[in-house]
Unconditional design. Sequence first.
Length: 477
Amino acid sequence: MTRRLTRRTITPFLAVAALVLAAAGPARAGGSDALWIAAPYEMALLGPDADGNAPTRTLNIEMSHDNTDMVVPAGTLTVDVTELAGLAEITWPANCTERVDGTGEDRSVTGDCSFPGLSANSSVHAAEIGFTAKPGAVAGTVATIRSTAVAGDLTAYPAETTVTVADGPDLGLTQAPDRNGVKPGTGVVIPVTLANHGNRTADRTLLSLFASHGLDFVSRYGNCEYLDENAATSPAGTWALCVLDEPVAPGRTFSLDAGALRTDRTVLYDRFDYAVEPYSDEALEQARAGRPFVRGSGAELDLRPAAAAPRAAAADSDVDTSDNYRSVLVNATNTADLKLIGSEVRGAAGRTVTASVTVRNRGPAWVASLGAGAPVATVDITVPRGTTVTGTPEDCRALDAAGEGREERLGAPRYRCATPVFLHERASHTFSFSLRIDRVVPGARGKAVTLNDMPDLSIGDFDPNLDNNRAAVVVNG
């Protein structure tokens, strides 16, 4: 069975792309709505390359709204590029009309861009504006683009995009599509495409790769070093760091076989991450982070095509890191049987005992929420009668009898506990509680049950046997 998870909190690499989401205010219940602008928080404007040609950058802006039951009429996005106009030639799309007012220091340049109405669609494309650096634009100069929007009675709060004139390579990776319905024991090929959108050559490139537990690399390349899965240094999968010696000149695009993977019997909700940056000794040491990588013994991983390219002055850093990191989810047709195991304890009144509830993964797949960052299992535990909780695990929160949260952690009648975001096949996670026996109630039973309808990771989607997802905590049975 297949489940598609969203990319959110768990990322082996730092994803640097950022969006400004500016709103008129929070959505309100009933028939109210709010209008939002989505624009990049920052951009790089590249100066001329070695041949004197400046690449064009594109600012994409989208509009969205909260209440898809409401209809938002067509509106106008106003983009103020006054500060940028002195640094770049601006190309407006057909749905935008440029307005130039005043002269000298009072000169302003704006564009009014029409965008369609929104209803069931949560977002629409509003503008795609091109910028090309003028001769003499000085590296390091900063300009701010300011965007506002109006649609019917809705007004969006202004959004700002900071543009910095820069010189250097701009390495980028193409986002490959997620893979769904993959079968255990088969091969998966993730296409990896590398381009330099900058104005300087990257003489060498550092490629960082991560294949989660249910995946493995088909080849161990000689110009890559690997950190295999290890509980202390890499508990969720295998890392690879590859140094590519071929220069990547501005405007060149290459493909490479870094995404050739195989799946094993444990594959379920897995992911493949890949990131790139200009090589430096410091960048390699930072990526190693003191961990014991081992060099591969196979042929070298090469860029294709490896055609000679004109060399320009090298630079130390990437001018725009928003497309340097990519992640592909690999979702398999597989199952994992989670089982809850309770405990039975005995003691006299006044004694404190330790009771536990264990989540065991009986496989065959491991379970991981590497996209959403959700716990593998959320367990609802009711405390046995006649006892008081005097100590709880950190990953449990206190509830009242009705299931509502409460501030006082100890002494609650009920707890909700969350496992880590992954649980290997044949592995277990235990929640241990200290219980003070206030009075002896023969056969007092507390119950534990997994919540199978959690939105980010539903146990019912992969577990073929939900009957064993409940257990009892028995005191003096």
